[in-house]
Design a protein around this ligand. Structure first.
Ligand code: FES
Ligand SMILES: [Fe+2]
Length: 329
């Protein structure tokens, strides 16, 4: 099955991966899962620090934690083997352990052993993530977990190309001019990239009421991709969306852990700001839903039909960047 012909652009050289935010694990025994790129991992707050271990039981390979997130001890549901800090209390066998390093509030795991420190892997994106983290207001997070019936990389390519923005998102991103102006300030570091889309609210275009508060202001939409699964967008330097992608064991479903947040420094009680915040979050969820429908359809075509694929990345600089990096290897 060739479900995603660009699979190879994203499946190599993955040393570090983002699995979530420190805000996902506030209490002892809180856990989240990361599945993807050949790894099934649980990440847990042990009371002192965040640790990460293989989520595959050493007895007969059941998943120790079955839920995507929660709170509990690491007890395999199949025959009850119990793991304490990765060590099985009955058999003394040890689960594979992954190194955990933070960039601001973003949790990264060393997925494959590397000599490259996280800061070197991320380059200037390391400081960008630190800077964004310093503006988080923890109590203000909006959260949503979404499931898309598609491979993770097809979801990723949908995000990296914005030629569809004016079509699929004509009622959500269209009114703010997304997809109209040429993207600019494309920065790449390794396989990570950042791009800015100019946004405009034209006087003669119908705009939702809450966006119209920004009429006459020209603003910008910055989008960061941290290879291979972290997406961060910042609207007008005020609202941040964070999406962390993972998949199921078969890579036929993608999970997006989505968050929306008003950045620190803005008065959350200001009427205009409040309206902007709730509009931005509900718009984000609508955009994700619009993408879900189209990507699930595409994925079905790749699996079940003879989908053509040769022009897929035409004109898409961010996808080309992945292609070129892969060629350079
Ligand atoms: S498979 Fe985990 S205890 Fe048997
Ligand atoms: Fe989209």
């Amino acid at each position: 099955m060739e479900a995603n012909f660009h699979e190879e652009y994203y499946n190599d050289n993955i040393n570090w991966i983002c699995v979530g935010l420190t805000y996902d694990l506030p209490k002892r025994n809180d856990f989240i899962l990361y599945k993807g790129y050949g790894h099934n991992i649980f990440i847990q707050n042990n009371g002192d620090e965040i640790e990460a271990y293989s989520n595959i039981c050493l007895h007969r390979s059941a998943s120790i934690f079955q839920q995507q997130s929660g709170n509990g001890r690491a007890i395999c549901p199949y025959h009850g083997w119990f793991y304490k800090q990765g060590k099985c209390t009955q058999t003394k066998k040890e689960l594979a352990k992954y190194k955990v390093v933070l960039a601001g509030d973003f949790i990264f795991l060393e997925l494959n052993k590397t000599d490259q420190a996280l800061s070197a892997y991320l380059g200037e994106f390391y400081f960008l993530l630190q800077t964004i983290s310093s503006r988080f207001q923890a109590s203000e997070f909006m959260n949503k977990s979404l499931k898309i019936k598609s491979s993770v990389n097809l979801v990723l390519e949908n995000v990296l190309e914005c030629q569809h923005c004016l079509h699929i998102h004509k009622s959500t991103l269209g009114p703010i001019g997304m997809g109209q102006g040429m993207p600019k300030d494309h920065i790449t570091y390794g396989r990570h990239d950042k791009i800015s889309y100019p946004l405009t609210i034209s006087a003669n275009r119908r705009v939702p009421q809450d966006i119209s508060i920004l009429r006459d202001e020209s603003f910008v939409y910055d989008h960061l991709f941290v290879y291979p699964n972290l997406l961060v967008s910042i609207t007008n330097n005020e609202f941040v969306y964070i999406g962390v992608l993972s998949s199921n064991s078969l890579n036929t479903e993608t999970y997006i852990s989505a968050r929306g947040l008003l950045l620190r420094g803005l008065d959350p009680n200001d009427r205009k700001i409040k309206a902007f915040y709730s509009m931005s979050w509900s718009n984000t969820l609508k955009v994700l839903e619009e993408d879900r429908i189209i990507v699930e359809d595409q994925f079905g075509n790749f699996i079940n039909f003879n989908a053509m694929n040769n022009n897929f990345a035409f004109g898409e600089d961010r996808i080309k960047n992945q292609k070129n990096k892969q060629k350079q290897k």
